[in-house]
Design a protein around this ligand. Structure first.
Ligand code: GLV
Length: 309
């Protein structure tokens, strides 16, 4: 069996080692711009180049080394019509839950304000926020959204969830579809964005929709930057309507040097690290799916090109 491994960042060697360890006998090949690819059974990719995609019409499936599929689906018709499989949880769900829990608790327990106080040598206990007024709204209830919902429930926050199709989750107030978006957002104190980037979700978090949150709300974005209208967030933060944001993803990454987010103390930034691909888990998951396909079985996490995720 021959598998082509490719990453836009060129870091392929550790992936080769991992595949050889889990799948003895597999022949992994790499590809460079301008090369002719030998015939391969499968492709395992992240941020692929168009020149490689054009040579993948004959593979049995393309696996992605991550959860988000926007960087591949953007190729549209140029993407080979073979099954496309994203990474399932593979260690990312717990990382998302850790990241979001940290950000929510920081706001709920007012650690952001205590950080500021400490910088000025101020000893000033603040009144506690009431949990019943700290509704957490999670947008996107998929593989990575659900561990976040569970973590929030564990701490006893009121939790709302919003998804494209209706979901019934114990202890969670659920909303589905664009027609329910207004009701979902109304009065939320912390909005957590876990949505895939699609045509429908691009710029979804704009002035209008963010303006529906509770006054003094917080935003946490851990999915894709283009879902957020960045100038609108700045306006709402400056007016005090939004009290703070924790952002892991941006429209342009790395976030450009002159971007106003860098100098806004109410915005906490991280460099797209909320859920890193765990190579060990990812390779084992991909190999198990390759074996399932070879046996004629179906696999989970197939991308629906129509839906865009
Ligand atoms: C990371 O952003 C991923 O989609 O896996």
């Amino acid at each position: 069996m021959r598998i082509v491994l490719y990453r836009g960042d060129g870091v392929i060697e550790p992936w080769e080692r991992e595949f050889s360890a889990v799948m003895p006998g597999v022949e992994t090949v790499t590809w460079k711009e301008g090369q002719l690819l030998p015939s391969c059974d499968y492709a395992v990719l992240w941020n692929p180049a168009p020149g490689l995609l054009a040579q993948l019409d004959e593979v049995k499936a393309i696996f992605l080394m991550g959860a988000g599929v926007d960087a591949v689906l953007k190729f549209g018709e140029a993407l080979p019509r073979v099954p496309l499989v994203r990474l399932g949880d593979a260690g990312m769900g717990v990382q998302m839950a850790e990241y979001v829990a940290h950000a929510v608790l920081r706001y709920f327990r007012r650690f952001d304000e205590y950080e500021q106080q400490a910088r000025h040598g101020a000893w000033n206990p603040l009144p506690q926020h009431a949990k019943e007024h700290f509704t957490i709204g999670v947008m996107g209830l998929g593989r990575l959204g659900m561990p976040v919902v569970e973590a929030m429930r564990h701490f006893g926050f009121p939790v709302r969830g919003w998804s494209r199709s209706p979901k019934d989750l114990p202890g969670v107030q659920t909303f589905a579809g664009m027609e329910a978006l207004g009701d979902f957002l109304h009065g939320i104190r912390v909005l957590v964005c876990m949505l895939p980037l699609t045509q429908e979700t691009t710029n979804l978090l704009d002035r209008h929709n963010l303006g529906r949150l509770a006054s003094g709300a917080y935003l946490i974005n851990v999915s894709r930057g283009a879902i957020l209208n960045e100038p609108d967030l700045m306006t709402l933060i400056r007016s005090g309507q939004i009290a703070g944001a924790t952002l892991d993803v941006f429209r342009h990454e790395p976030l450009p040097a002159p971007h106003p987010f860098w100098n806004e103390p109410r915005i906490t930034l991280t460099p797209h690290i909320s859920a890193l691909t765990m190579r060990h888990d990812a390779v084992r998951q991909i190999v198990a799916k390759v074996q399932a396909l070879e046996n004629g079985d179906t696999v989970t996490d197939l991308v629906d090109r129509q839906l865009g995720y």
